[in-house]
Design a protein around this ligand. Sequence first.
Ligand code: PGA
Ligand code: ZN
Length: 401
Amino acid sequence: LVTDVSLRKILDSRGNPTVEADVHTERSGFGRAAAPSGASTGEYEAVERPPGEAIAAAREHAVPRLVGNAYAGDQREIDAILRGADGTDDFSEIGANSAVAISMAAAKAASDVLGAPLFQHLGGTFRGENFPIPLGNVVGGGEHAADATDIQEFLSAPVGAPSVSEAVFANAAVHAAVADLLEERGHPSGKGDEGAWAPSIDDEAAFEIVAEAVELVSDDVGFEIGFGLDVAAAEMYDADSETYEYESEGISRDTDEQIEYIADLVREYDLVYVEDPLDENDYDAFAELTEEVGDRTLVCGDDLFVTNTERLTEGIDRGAANSILVKPNQIGTLTEAFDAIELATENGYDAVVSHRSGETEDTTIAHLAVATDAPFIKTGAVGGERTAKLNELIRIADDAT
Ligand code: PGA
Ligand code: ZN
């Protein structure tokens, strides 16, 4: 039984305040978790309220319904209470930030009482055999860095890695190789919000450098490292002119041109993964691109699906994308994130469990990925709030062997 829920403001990796929750239970169970925060947020995400307001509203509406009433081990009950206490469709009353922090903290409290790792509590006894492939952000711009690439993330995807540890180190090696190449070509660079290099170069130059870095490291480690993208195209889409605006290149593309551009990139760079290549409202364009390249690459919906089973159902019906990004704070509870992964898996969509650009040391997503046998996790390549998750994956794998 939950005996106490306390909420506080802590810092996230951008230096912004975010919500942290502590959940205490009978038999000395304790769980602590914090909400992440996006910069290139989708239009249909659950609502993040300013942390002070979210905390006050959750204290008033949610905490009294949980304390003395709910079992931390019954995640569906905890999350249903959060939904009921909020009373809206989008968590705009207590804030998705308060909701997700409490939801994740309750799961950790339950795993503490059980004396089992979080992934096992969430996924069951037989979980932990398969490990997600980490997608590592090595060059980035968009909303994550000023004066850098238009495409938000250039990702290293170590699809041939024999272990999660080798995959994590391969991504760090690609990140380092990119720095060397940038330096060599006269574009030494600082980092964006997710720890990726944020050089002031156009996308074409970034493609060349990342392709070369991936190949160099792949030769060195002896397994396949693929190349992936998060275009975050909703951020470049201008609904009035119905065009995608590439500012660093001074190019604008209409929807058909955008589909062809992405399909050409998939072929030229053998991309294994393309996230949000099109606007978040354009299921048809997603379907067209998926039809064209979906047999050779993962076309992933982030802002398109926002971890929402209704939006995913629409995508499945229309053949839009073939994978889904899963961010618990986009929907507000672990239950709903879990259900989105289940629905995706049942329909042949690969789940990619993901961090946000604003993060904390919280490691819940590493456990969620292992618990659900998600084939991928996207949580950066370097930087403390990113390595918190990557190192947790290494520890989970180490304990399992
Ligand atoms: P965000 O970006 O956390 O800033 O929304 C991450 C992503 O688009 O995948
Ligand atoms: Zn994205």
